[in-house]
Each structure stands twice: as C-alpha cells, then as structure tokens.
Design a protein around this ligand. Structure first.
Ligand SMILES: O=P(O)(O)O[C@H]1[C@H](O)[C@@H](O)[C@H](O)[C@H](O)[C@@H]1O
Ligand SMILES: [Mg+2]
Ligand SMILES: [Mg+2]
Length: 280
C-alpha cells in the first residue's frame, strides 16, 4: 500500500540529520545565550538558525504545509494545530544541555494531519541516534526496532522527569512534592536527560519505565510521543485520562500499571496551555 507521508518522513530524517550537524559544529563555538519566559529558559542563535533551516527546506518541498516551531512561537507566531499537515519542530530540545555541553541534545520533528500524529523523528545528535516512528509501523533507533520495558512493579522501576524552566514557587513546590512521593515508594531511581524528546525515547527504548513532566510544550513531545506509542507504550495526562499535547502535561509509560501508580503520586498543576490564545 502506498504511504502518502513516506516522502515527508524521509525528508524529516534527512533534515534532522543536517540540523544535527549544525548543532554539533556549534557546540564548541562561542554561544550567545539569551532568555525567553524566565531567566532559566535559554535560547541561542543556533536554536533560531536550525529552526529556519528546517522550515525553509520543508517549505521548498511541501509548500502548503503548516508549522509550529518553538522559536517561531517565541517570536510571536500563533501556536495553532489545525487539520492541515503540520510540522511541529523543536530545533534544539535540550538547549540548557547545549549551552553547558551536557551531551544530550536532540532535534525533534513531529508531523500531524487532522490533528493525528503521522510520524515522529528525534535525532539525538551528540549520540548520533536517529529515533523514528511512523503511525502503525513501529518505532526504531538507527533502524533497530524499539520496545518498552515489561516491568509492572513500580518498586523495580526507574522514572524520568525534569524540573522544567519555571521557577514559580508554587510550581517548584508541586514538582518537589511529586518527586518526594515517587522516590519514597521507593523506586530504583530518578533520571532526566534534560530533553523531553530524549526522555520519551528512553521510555520507548525500555531504559526507563516512565517519564512525566508538567510545563513542557507541544514541540517538546510531538515526535517523541508517537515513538513511545509505536514502541508499545502509553500516553496519559498526569491526572489520568487522555493526553492533550497542547496542555503542557504528559505521562508516558510502559504500561497502565506503572502509569496508574505514578498518577496517584503526582501533584498536578496546570500551566497556561500552548494554544490558550487561540482557544479563547
Ligand atoms: O527548551 P528546550 O527545547 O531545551 O526544551 C525543554 C526540555 O525538553 C524539557 O524537558 C525541560 O524540562 C526544559 O523545560 C527545556 O526547556
Ligand atoms: Mg524543547
Ligand atoms: Mg528547544
């Protein structure tokens, strides 16, 4: 059967690899660090350059497609997911890592049609790992199939999460309450790669049982979330119920037993939605 989005997916892989080269080259150059929503929400010229590189090259091949890009939204573009084919781009997921040369930095490209995810590409460019998933066709890392962990016991689990880039005292308090609850279950350990996209790929690879975070954006998770489900995992909201990629909350897990146990321990809160201005 003809796969009408295969061309687009091939292009996403090619451009993610090219973007990764730009990121690798920039890693040891002087980086001018700027801030966005808070003093710890970092951005560099490389984030902006890579996003433009991806958007320009996609526009040349697919002129009718739409975009949601982290740095375009930061520059004032509306974050709106319509039924049109839409590329959802995080040019550098893990900018803080990039700034500090902490070696987990990804280019993340999700693609959605009729608000359904069709493919996801996450290129962990310092590890040279290309994670891909096509809806209904499985998830892969460097062409090797991925599957989630089969662990059902939370006490035998490693859970990934992040502190995020908000330092609002109430948010910080909620994050630490959740973390204390989960660590005290007890679990084997907590990890965080500093990149939502890579954390999701770690769930898909079976290296951690679950990843949750409140405060992420749609571009952080659009690609990695499909990689998780195509590897056999599940996605939920942190309070249970279906995930909403615009809600800035996600729980990705290997199975419902682990997910349900975590939901009981997470103290949830609700940052402003990514599409808040559009839905008002
Ligand atoms: O801004 P970039 O694209 O580097 O992405 C974010 C990460 O992906 C989050 O998990 C993480 O918690 C941070 O919020 C970080 O900002
Ligand atoms: Mg990101
Ligand atoms: Mg980014």
């Amino acid at each position: 059967m003809v796969d009408i989005w295969q061309n687009a997916m091939d292009h996403a892989v090619t451009i993610a690899r090219r973007a990764g080269e730009v990121v690798r080259e920039a890693l040891h150059e002087d980086r001018k660090v700027m801030t966005k929503s808070s003093s710890v929400d970092l951005v560099t010229q490389t984030d902006q350059k890579v996003e433009q590189l991806i958007i320009q090259s996609v526009k040349e091949k697919f002129p009718t497609h739409r975009f949601i890009g982290e740095e375009s939204v930061a520059a004032g573009e509306v974050c709106e997911l319509t039924d049109s084919p839409t590329w959802i781009i995080d040019p550098i997921d893990g900018t803080t890592n990039f700034v500090h040369t902490f070696p987990f930095v990804a280019v993340s490209i999700g693609f959605s049609v009729n608000k359904q995810s069709e493919f996801g590409v996450v290129y962990s460019c310092l590890e040279d790992k290309m994670f891909t998933a096509r809806r209904g066709r499985g998830a892969f890392c460097n062409d090797q199939p991925l599957s989630v962990s089969d662990q059902e016991d939370i006490k035998q689990s490693v859970i990934a999460t992040e502190f995020g880039s908000s330092r609002d005292p109430e948010a910080v308090n909620n994050i630490f309450t959740s973390l204390r609850n989960i660590v005290s279950l007890p679990i084997h350990g907590v990890r965080g790669a500093g990149s939502a996209a890579i954390n999701l790929c770690l769930v898909a690879s079976g290296c951690v049982e679950a990843y949750y975070e409140i405060g992420i954006h749609v571009w952080d998770i659009a690609a990695g979330s499909l990689i998780v489900t195509e590897a056999g995992g599940i996605l939920l909201d942190v309070e249970g119920g279906p995930v909403d990629l615009m809600s800035r909350r996600i729980l990705a897990a290997n199975n419902t037993t682990i997910a349900d146990r975590l939901i009981r321990e997470i103290q949830s809160f609700s940052p402003p939605r990514d599409d808040e201005e559009v839905t008002q």
